[in-house]
Design a protein. Structure first.
Ligand code: SF4
Ligand code: SF4
Length: 370
């Protein structure tokens, strides 16, 4: 490692990054693969992935002065889930990365501090900092920089750190030495993530179908969740950690159970706009907006199979202002069944004038109470 690389490495570690790698910008070898991926509509509603693909494939097309990329990995915890039966206690599940302050904010702050150190070392140099600008290509640059391998779960994996890291990149016009050794692939014959993904979103060949992934369905998708996928969501209401939790390269969670990972579903269902804003201020969970989160909460309540959930869902079918949420509440009441659920659905069929809610109400009655 030359002295400039060394200084950057030191600065990054001082700011808490545990993975640091360098690569020269070049055309990504898998550009054709991603072009096909986008052309097949795999980005779903993640329009930002399809926006300016040229820049993502090779940032030199945006700024020809750029020469190198510094890939950084910032660790996060995956605490233990409280040891309770979510179906009995009606608890949802939130992906570990979403705990606490939104990582976009604090990792960006830290990556900018590294970029400032680069500016001090080479005054006048260019440094563009990115975080989560495109989940796909960010991982490609991380692999190029040798900080990990592209696992079958499509995360960057590192033998010491597993995949619980946020990635960030600094593109610069400096000619940095590329990290010498490409990282090996240590998935071997393991297929745990593929076999245990509840929606079969992962396929052989290190491929993921985002439109099936619970992370996409609970966070990126703005409209209704496809009916056939709803039961597979279980109690995930923001993201999904399964393909990371089952990976043998990730550390087993330790310490006491963290209640924030498994919030009360009835409590969330009662949040109004103001309550949602207050509870998730500065958190990544804000991304779904209230209507998206409550849509997911409704589905999780339906998946609980617990008749007590009807006491939360039936009043929501009447008073919830968002049709998207009411539509999912109707589906869940149908799944749970019982006299109270049926009455609530019959009432909504007459009173609710939103066509999507009426459709879901009709379907729920026809499927479960015919
Ligand atoms: Fe499957 Fe969940 Fe991984 Fe998505 S995040 S690929 S749904 S296990
Ligand atoms: Fe690779 Fe197994 Fe981890 Fe999947 S679970 S990413 S196959 S090591």
């Amino acid at each position: 490692m030359n002295s400039l690389n060394h200084r950057i490495d030191e600065a990054a570690r001082r700011h808490g990054f545990v993975l640091v790698g360098f690569s020269r910008l070049r055309e990504l070898p898998r550009e054709a693969f991603y072009r096909e991926w986008l052309a097949n509509g795999r980005a779903g509603e993640m329009d930002y992935l399809a926006r300016e693909p040229e820049r993502r494939f090779d940032p030199r097309r945006l700024d020809p002065r750029l020469r190198s990329v510094i890939s950084l990995g910032y660790p996060y915890e995956s605490p233990r889930v409280p040891d309770v039966d979510w179906r009995i206690e009606l608890r949802g599940r939130i992906a570990s990365y979403a705990l606490g302050e939104d990582y976009h904010r604090y990792v960006l702050r830290k990556a900018r501090a590294v970029a400032a150190a680069l500016g001090e070392a080479r005054p006048g140099s260019l440094a563009r900092v990115y975080i989560d600008t495109g989940p796909v290509l960010e991982r490609e640059w991380a692999r190029e920089a040798g900080i990990g391998w592209f696992g079958k779960n499509t995360n960057i994996l590192n033998r010491e750190r597993g995949s619980y890291v946020f990635l960030a990149e600094i593109f610069t016009d400096l000619e940095l030495d590329a990290t010498a050794e490409p990282y090996g692939d240590y998935c071997g014959t393991c297929r745990r993530c593929l076999d245990l993904c509840p929606t079969q979103a992962l396929a052989d060949g290190y491929l993921m179908e985002p439109r099936l992934c619970i992370s996409y369905l609970t966070i990126e998708l703005r409209g209704p969740i496809p009916v056939e996928l709803r039961p597979k969501l279980g109690n995930w209401i923001f993201g999904c950690d399964i393909c990371q939790e089952v990976c043998p390269w990730n550390p087993a969670p330790n310490g006491p159970g963290n209640d924030q990972l498994a919030p009360s579903l009835p409590e969330l269902m009662k949040l109004d706009e103001e309550g949602f804003r207050r509870r998730f201020r500065g958190s990544a969970v804000k991304r779904t907006k209230r209507r998206g989160l409550l849509r997911n909460v409704a589905v999780a309540l339906g998946n609980s199979g617990n008749p007590e959930a009807v006491a939360t869902l039936a009043p929501a079918l009447e008073s919830e202002p968002e049709p998207l949420v009411r539509a999912h509440v109707a589906w869940s009441l149908g799944r749970l069944g019982g006299v109270t659920a049926r009455r609530a659905l019959e009432k909504a069929r007459i009173r609710d004038d939103d066509p999507s809610v009426r459709r879901e109400t009709d379907d729920a009655l026809a499927t479960n109470f015919a």
